[in-house]
Design a protein around this ligand. Structure first.
Ligand code: ADP
Ligand code: MG
Length: 329
């Protein structure tokens, strides 16, 4: 029997310690929410990248650093927060000054772009692994949680989906040269663009939000599960033709079925998936224009558990095959 990382978390880690009164939300969302200030809440999240698991051994160090920080920023963006500081725990097999210099240039690039300060960390010898803990802030009560979706909400995603998964396929082919479209796909795997501006703008109108790290089906599944209450089990109906595919993915040479599969199940896109009532559609179109970020309405939530896709007039149930560290896939 394969075990899921989520089963492991639920079985072993959800009941450690008493819940203090300053903790508003603990395990289960993209970031924990703490009230430590009269007007603002503090958002805390952490993510690890391991060599050979999250990035190939030959990945340039500036890209490793870029991704390590960007994926953490994405969790704060998914909460609607403003990222502020981070700590870095670095495990290195050896001291390589050239590697460290390039690693720091990637880190500095993202820290400068998103106005973040490195305030601490830990440096040890061991297999290459990068853990970043990030903090963000949000005005009281404005955080976007996974748990607020209502039946009949529209479901949206930012950007395009499946690009990073296609980039991974290309990277594994070890081609000598990539054309410009292929390079865009590889870049989207190595240098994700967390959607901080869109997340902030959604504070007032999204009912639930998550970042797509493990795949749309899997991450939307987390919203549906967190938003289900008692007998009211929430599901979703998506329209396949509305799932946004980039020009690069469409020109990648991968067949259309594979493109759709990557968009639904592929991980590492770090786009936002969110829900909002139909009355917010115009406001969401305005956010899309102001943030210069494509936002696509891809379906609706329904009062029926499961994830369904409308494809050529037919309704099919889809399985969640998104990335799970201990899953079978
Ligand atoms: P994300 O994909 O947004 O980074 P994860 O899927 O990694 O989130 O984690 C889901 C939830 O479980 C998060 O709230 C995270 O903080 C929590 N979590 C994951 N691993 C552990 C752990 N070892 N101990 C406690 N909480 C954990
Ligand atoms: Mg997340």
């Amino acid at each position: 029997m394969s075990e899921s990382e989520f089963d492991i978390i639920k079985t072993y880690f959800t009941h450690i310690g008493e819940s203090p009164d300053w903790l508003d939300t603990g395990i289960g969302d993209d970031a924990a929410i703490l009230h430590t200030h009269p007007q603002e809440q503090l958002l805390i999240s952490i993510d690890t990248l391991n060599a050979g698991v999250h990035f190939a051994d030959d990945t340039p160090p500036e890209n490793i650093a870029y991704k390590a920080l960007a994926v953490n920023i994405s969790d704060i963006a998914a909460m609607g927060g403003q990222p502020t500081w981070f700590t870095l725990a670095l495990s290195l097999p050896e001291v390589d000054h050239g590697w460290l210099k390039n690693f720091c240039s990637g880190l500095l690039e993202v820290a400068t772009k998103y106005n973040l300060k490195l305030i601490g960390g830990d440096t040890t010898r061991g297999p290459l692994s990068i853990t970043i803990q990030i903090a963000g802030v949000i005005p009281n009560g404005k955080a976007l949680c996974r748990s607020g979706a209502k039946p009949g909400d529209d479901i949206y995603v930012t950007g395009t989906l499946g690009d990073a998964a296609a980039g991974l396929i290309l990277q594994q082919q070890h081609l000598k040269k990539y054309n410009s479209q292929q390079q865009i796909l590889i870049d989207s795997l190595r240098r994700p663009s967390p959607r901080v501006d869109v997340g902030r703008a959604l504070r007032e109108l999204a009912t639930a939000c998550i970042d797509v790290s493990d795949g749309l089906a899997s991450d939307l599944g987390h919203i549906l599960e967190a938003s289900s209450t008692g007998e009211n089990r929430l599901g979703a109906e998506l329209n396949l033709t509305l799932i946004p595919l980039s020009e690069s993915l469409q020109q990648s040479g991968l067949g259309l079925d594979m493109q759709n599969e990557l968009a639904l199940q592929g991980g590492d896109d770090y786009e936002l998936c969110f829900t909002a009532p139909p009355s917010e559609q115009t406001a969401i179109e305005t956010i899309s224009q102001q943030a210069d970020c494509r936002i696509s309405k891809i379906g609706t939530t329904i009062l029926e558990p499961g994830l369904f896709i409308i494809d050529k007039g037919q309704r099919k149930a889809i399985m969640k095959k998104g990335f799970d560290h201990f899953g079978a896939a």
